[in-house]
Design a protein around this ligand. Structure first.
Ligand code: NOJ
Ligand code: MG
Length: 531
């Protein structure tokens, strides 16, 4: 029997390092701060921590503009701090996953400086350069994700370079084998230091149409929508060459034991599946973001789960996400009461869950006053509600000033409710969201059916979603009330003990039916022999 890879039964936790814990009073979180808070992650029960970028960066996109892939930005600490963090994490049984940003570098990266120096520079072909049109307009209609044309004219050489994101984030040209070689060396550098895996940024953007053809108009675009949505990204995302590049990354990971590769791609389910790669030689886990965008209704969620499960290639392992540093927080999207139900969903579905920092205490989006806005997405495209600062506010740890996050002035304000919604307060409350997350992770870990078992939908009523997880003789039923009204379900007769309620009390055991109170989710132990 081959051993089951650790990341299948793992729970992953995303740290946004600027906002996790500041150790030196500069108002920005850092590596020593993360090390101070590792015990929170141990107590929560997660297996791995993914840390958003910590590499040297001008911070135009808060670390997603890397100017040196093999070092640590002084804002976050030193390489020695990183090694110490890795050692401290490993000593506690926590794996560490770093963020790999292969699509683009910072414009301050020496590679880009060399590339822009002249048309005959050895690294000219490391980036995507094209002549402007004869009238001086951009080479084609490609738009930046952060607004405006995706081309910036560089007067020094009279050509334009492509950037899927900011002007300060020029795209590498992954068709160039030298780029692939240099970037896979980066993976080796960190794997050699003991890093357990990578979350790979913006992978769907890695390649662009070689002929530079225009993107077609988006038939659904209407005035009032963000201007860059005017065109479909037919020529700029999910291009054929991407899978060979992912395979090259995966081969590096496979040369080390027990490493995991996770890909960030916002794609429809059918196209996402290709990111597992032919014969599963691509990502172990192409992030599944569909819970973020699916209607919070039983039928819609049931359809999502069935479609996603059915689309998975043979042997591929699923994964689920409720939020991250780019998307509105789940408690704001569906409300604090349903966020508890969402936690139960995330931690009882089949597949590796990723928790975004703050979800475990039910953090909400924090509105940011205009004079404090940091995110270039908001600055470039104001008024569309695209800014990501509201989901990046510092982690509140306690009732101390600034939630115990910093002794200085935090780079973004703390949430208004930080004095009451914080880790210390919730740790002392047996019914808190934090207590629920801890209980759910404990339950998942104790149950082979929840960790690794099959999933089967049992019912999607107007109010509730019910499914079972099964492994060998163990059978667990999960019943989630997605409404604020009590409801009962006919599938209860055979489900005996309540293992956990999102209310964290002891509800009456089901008799003829499962009764769900308002906004309640239940995990039940069911007899294995029930059909
Ligand atoms: C996705 C990252 O999650 C986001 O924060 C970043 O701005 C873009 N990729 C560009 O790197
Ligand atoms: Mg700091």
């Amino acid at each position: 029997m081959t051993e089951i890879a650790w990341w299948r039964s793992a729970v992953i936790y995303q740290v946004y390092p600027r906002s996790f814990q500041d150790s030196d009073g500069d108002g920005v979180g850092d590596l020593a701060g993360i090390a101070q808070r590792l015990d929170h992650l141990v107590r929560l029960g997660v297996d791995a921590v993914w840390i958003s970028p910590i590499f040297p960066s001008p911070m135009r996109d808060f670390g997603y503009d890397v100017s040196d892939y093999c070092a640590i930005d002084p804002l976050f600490g030193t390489l020695a701090d990183f090694d110490a963090l890795l050692e401290a994490a490993h000593a506690r049984g926590l794996r560490v996953i770093l963020d790999f940003v292969p699509n683009h570098t910072s414009d301050q990266h020496p590679w880009f400086q060399e590339s822009r120096a002249s048309k005959s520079a050895p690294k000219r072909g490391w980036y995507v350069w094209r002549d402007p049109k004869p009238d001086g307009s951009p080479p084609n209609n490609w738009q930046s994700e952060f607004g405006g044309p995706a081309w910036t004219f560089d007067a020094a050489t009279g050509q334009s370079y492509y950037h899927a994101y900011l002007t300060e984030q020029p795209d590498l040209d992954w068709r160039n084998p030298e780029v692939e070689a240099a970037m896979t060396d980066v993976l080796r550098f960190w794997f050699d230091r003991g890093v357990d895996g990578f979350r790979v940024d913006a992978i769907h953007h890695l390649h662009e149409d070689e002929e530079g053809r225009d993107n077609p108009p988006n038939p659904d675009w209407r005035p009032g929508m963000p201007p860059n949505d005017r065109w479909l990204q037919t020529r700029t995302i999910d291009q054929p060459g991407v899978h060979a590049s992912i395979q090259a990354m995966r081969q590096i990971a496979d040369a080390y034991p027990d490493r995991v590769m996770i890909g960030e791609a916002y794609l429809p389910i059918d196209r996402l599946m290709a990111y597992y790669g032919a014969d599963l030689t691509g990502f172990h886990l192409p992030f599944n973001f569909h819970l973020i965008s699916t209607d919070w209704k039983p039928a819609a969620l049931a359809a999502l789960i069935e479609t996603y499960e059915a689309a998975l290639p043979a042997g591929a392992w699923p994964n689920w996400v409720l939020g991250n540093h780019d998307r509105s927080r789940v408690a704001s999207r569906i409300g604090p009461a349903q966020a508890r139900v969402a936690a139960m969903l995330l931690l009882t579905l089949r597949g590796t869950p990723t928790i975004y920092q703050g979800e475990e205490i039910g953090m909400l989006d924090t509105p940011i006053p205009p004079d404090l806005v940091q995110d270039p997405y908001e600055k470039n495209l104001p008024g569309f509600g695209l800014g990501r600062d509201p989901v990046r506010t510092p982690m509140p740890w306690s009732g101390e000033p600034n939630g115990g996050f910093t002794s200085g002035r935090p780079w973004l304000p703390l949430a208004a409710d930080a004095a009451t919604r914080n880790v210390a307060a919730e740790a002392g409350d047996p019914r808190s969201m934090l207590s629920l997350y801890r209980a759910l992770i404990r339950l998942r870990r104790a149950s082979a059916a929840l960790s690794l078992g099959d999933v089967r939908l049992l019912a999607a009523t107007g109010a509730a979603l019910v499914y079972e997880r099964r492994l060998g003789g163990e059978r667990v039923v999960v019943a989630l009330n997605l409404t604020g009204r009590a409801t009962s379900l006919p599938v209860g007769a055979s489900a005996c003990d309540v293992l956990l309620s999102t209310r964290l009390d002891d509800p009456a055991p089901p008799r003829a039916a499962i009764r769900l109170r308002a906004d309640e989710g239940l995990v039940l132990r069911a007899p294995a022999d029930h059909p």
